[in-house]
Design a protein around this ligand. Structure first.
Ligand code: AMP
Ligand code: GLY
Length: 415
């Protein structure tokens, strides 16, 4: 039995993928949408805390659990865990720590400085040319980054973050960094402490609206493969970004067993790290996992045991994920909107990211990102077409989604 810790679309995607090679998968806590529509027999949700569950492997989804040390607690109780301990999770939990590690390891990334004093931060801003990039040091659910050409906006963002108004304690230190330009790619690698096995690359859409407009979100969709990320580009990211970071963690005495997710920008000077995450991406997992063949449970177990011997087997199919989000997301998500039960479409899986089933058996919205419509196909064009057909059949009044996921990639461009 495998226990997937978390409650959203990524965890549902993990459960569906792991079920192919595991007899039983429990999502803890999951959500009642997953309970109603598990996607396969043998997938259950449980409100019992992971510490009290018995499983052959624990896979931890959310960064917050990792940053607060859940992997350490489970390992101390003798459990097999995929996910770094609190020390390694600082790569995502503190941008200052992450940037310092990268500098020491000579990993290409934007030049940066950190500030806790607004006067010094603003003096630094006025010495820079736009665009200005301001980040919270701590976790902010993917929403703590401002990129703007307006100095005034940058200054008031710095003030709001440092005063604790915008992101609480997470914003009491900010990182101001050089702006980079270029297409982005998420490259996730499974790590066993010493070795990294890359998974297929994905590209996610962070902004709410088509054409990369509107506010940043947790992610509105994703696709894999990414046509402009060739095998050579992927290798460069592994060699210049992922492997040196893993080696630097090792030098810090950190036995990093989990997913190392490099968010990179493909700049004119080559790939540079925008951020590291310490877990599967959401919604990247939704498109990376369906492309993996072979024994996924076995592969994750090898990483968790510190003994990766296998490689990821990649299926030739493409995958596209379109997120259906609530009205009002990402500011104030409208809950309790009636939805339809998942309908069968060829090559399509409907993942329950933020839904719930009420006592009368109605499926209702219950969060920001509500459904992940994931389609596979022989190529991106087919996967995309299948995904959007299913989107139309599952949208509720007020639902928000992007119509351009994988659009450029299909028509010959990048996004
Ligand atoms: P992060 O949470 O650090 O991944 O940042 C969220 C998004 O902000 C990234 O995916 C980029 O699109 C953008 N961004 C972050 N850092 C930079 C940078 N230094 N230059 C340009 N854009 C950036
Ligand atoms: N899709 C971005 C993330 O998982 O942080």
């Amino acid at each position: 039995m495998v226990c997937v810790v978390g409650e959203a679309g990524r965890e549902h995607a993990l459960a569906v993928a792991l079920k192919e090679s595991a007899a039983e998968v429990i999502v803890a806590p999951g959500n009642s949408g997953i309970a109603a529509f598990p996607g396969a027999e043998g997938i259950r949700v449980s409100s019992i805390s992971p510490e009290a569950l018995e499983a052959d492997l624990f896979v931890i989804g959310p960064e917050a659990n990792l940053v607060r040390g859940l992997a350490d607690e489970l390992r101390a109780a003798g459990k097999l865990v995929l996910g770094p301990g609190a020390e390694g999770a600082r790569l995502e939990g503190s941008k200052v720590w992450m940037k310092s590690i990268l500098d020491r390891a000579n990993v290409p990334t934007a030049r940066w400085r950190s500030f806790s004093d607004p006067i010094q931060a603003k003096a630094f801003l006025s010495s820079l040319k736009p665009p200005y990039v301001i980040k919270t040091d701590g976790l902010a659910a993917g929403k703590g980054v401002l990129v703007t050409n307006a100095l005034e906006e940058a200054e008031s963002d710095v003030e709001a973050k440092l005063a604790g108004r915008a992101f609480g304690e997470a914003g009491r230190v900010v990182v101001i960094e050089e702006a980079m330009a270029g297409p982005e790619v998420s490259l996730l690698a499974l790590c066993d402490g010493r070795k990294a096995v890359p998974l297929p690359p994905a590209r996610d859409a962070k902004r709410l609206q088509d054409g990369d407009r509107g506010p940043n979100t947790g992610g509105m969709g994703a696709f894999s493969p990414v046509p402009d990320v060739t095998a050579a580009v992927q290798e460069e990211i592994v060699e210049r970004c992922i492997e040196p970071t893993l080696a630097a963690l090792q030098r810090e005495g950190i036995d990093y067993r989990g997913v190392l997710y490099a968010g990179c920008m493909l700049t004119e000077e080559g790939p540079k790290v925008v951020e590291f995450n310490v877990r599967f991406g959401d919604p990247e997992a939704q498109v990376v996992l369906p492309r993996l063949g072979g024994d996924l449970t076995g592969l994750l177990m090898e990483a968790a045991q510190g003994d990766l011997r296998s490689f990821a087997q990649v299926r030739p199919e493409a995958a596209v994920c379109v997120v259906l989000a609530s009205e009002g997301y990402p500011v104030r998500s409208r809950r309790n909107q009636p939805m339809v039960a998942p309908k069968p479409f060829p090559g399509v899986t409907i993942l329950q990211a933020g839904s719930r089933m009420d006592e009368e058996g109605n499926l209702l919205t219950n969060g920001g990102r509500v459904l992940d419509v994931v389609a596979t196909g022989s190529d991106l064009a087919q996967a995309r077409e299948r995904a959007y057909e299913a989107v139309a059949a599952h949208a509720w009044p007020g639902a928000q989604w992007r119509n351009d996921i994988a659009g450029h990639a299909v028509s010959g461009g990048g996004g």
